[in-house]
Design a protein around this ligand. Structure first.
Ligand code: UDP
Ligand code: MG
Length: 340
């Protein structure tokens, strides 16, 4: 590799979150390197170690020793996939930033296709899954449902069947770096930013090593983040439910009275009816407590204003790195500090 290619400012930043992927990392690096070197332009690979308990960090450090274009961020603990991607984007310095999973499910060979579209002037190029071999039918169905539900409910047009595998222009990245919300849904945030967006089809690969760390619990959490982050739908649901209950009562009360007076038949008798109704209404009310609690909790997350992640160590970034840029953005506006 020539010195010029390693030292000049990267055009492309490949950002990969890493959680316990030590077995696959050397192959991941090899395939990224092959795909990127073929382009003949400077690039960097920013890997974020999201609190892996295996020796992923060791493996990455060895790769970094070999190839200084690899830069590492080591989190103080596991902060989750979306936050790891965020840290990588904060630190990336390329004109185009590519987000890719490090488990080789997103083939690095697709990156040049994304770049080709970017060169046509598209600012967000997302990779659309044509196939997803090796996933359980449960994952396939929940993922399909997930994407369609998000598409229907949320206010931004989030393309279906796309994960986080995508390329973003510097302008989009700069906009997103300023979005410091704590419960992050990166796909939604990229759509929200706007600019020209287009998809490129690809075939998702099977996971070669290790297991998925997105169990149902985490998928539901991500779905909630998507819904609450990009819509008020769950809150608006209260209106629909109250209207339905109101309508039923408006119709039912006269019906019961008329039936009794006209025919002497008694509809709905006794405690059992009352108990069932109370439980039903109670359940609906508790559900909406939950919904409001979800929004409240997210407001609380924002009000506390904690940093999104804590970095234990970095490798390969020289001097005062851009990585700290977000701290500047988190400062309150100066007018708030002035005595009143
Ligand atoms: N990942 C991460 N932090 C986590 C879980 C996962 O950085 O807490 C990384 C993981 O190493 C992988 C990517 O995020 O590169 C996607 O995770 P995974 O393959 O488990 O999800 P799936 O592909 O099953 O949706
Ligand atoms: Mg995966």
């Amino acid at each position: 590799m020539s010195n010029e290619l390693t030292s000049s400012k990267p055009i492309y930043s490949v950002v990969a979150p890493v959680y316990e992927e030590s077995k696959g990392l050397p192959e991941f690096y090899e395939r990224v390197r092959k795909a990127m070197d073929a382009l003949g332009e400077p690039w960097e690979l920013v890997m974020v170690n999201d609190g892996s308990r295996d020796n992923s960090l060791e493996v990455m450090r060895q790769l970094h020793e070999k190839d200084p274009r690899i830069k590492l961020i080591d989190f103080a603990r596991n902060f989750g996939h979306q936050i790891a991607v965020t840290a990588g984007m904060d630190a990336a310095s390329g004109d185009a930033v590519i987000i890719i999973d490090s488990d080789l499910q997103d083939p690095p060979e697709t990156i040049p296709d994304l770049i080709a579209k970017w060169k046509e002037g598209v600012e967000v190029v997302y990779a659309v899954r044509r196939t997803r071999p090796g996933e359980t039918w449960f994952k396939l169905i929940t993922a399909k449902l997930f994407y369609r539900m998000i598409y229907q409910i949320t206010d931004v047009q989030i393309p279906v069947d796309t994960g986080d595998f995508r390329l973003m222009d510097r302008r989009v990245v700069d906009a997103m770096v300023n979005m410091r919300e704590h419960n992050r849904f990166i796909r939604g945030m990229t759509s929200w930013v706007g600019f020209r967006q287009a998809g490129v089809l690809y075939d998702r690969d099977v996971r070669k090593y290790g297991t998925s760390s997105y169990p149902l619990r985490k998928m539901l959490r991500l779905a909630w983040d998507a819904v609450t982050g990009f819509s008020y739908f769950p809150l608006q649901l209260t209106l629909y439910v109250s209207l339905i209950l109101f309508l039923i009562s408006v119709l039912a009360i006269p019906a019961v009275i008329v039936a009794r007076l006209a025919t002497g038949v008694v509809w709905f008798e006794g405690q059992a009816t009352a108990i069932v109704l109370i439980l039903l209404i109670g359940a609906a009310q508790f559900f909406f407590f939950f919904v409001m609690g979800q929004y409240l909790g997210r407001i609380y997350d924002e009000v506390r204003g904690r940093p999104l992640y804590i970095i234990a160590d970095t490798f390969g970034f020289n001097g005062e790195q851009k990585i700290h840029r977000h701290r500047v953005n988190m400062q309150p506006p100066s007018s708030n500090n002035e005595p009143t």
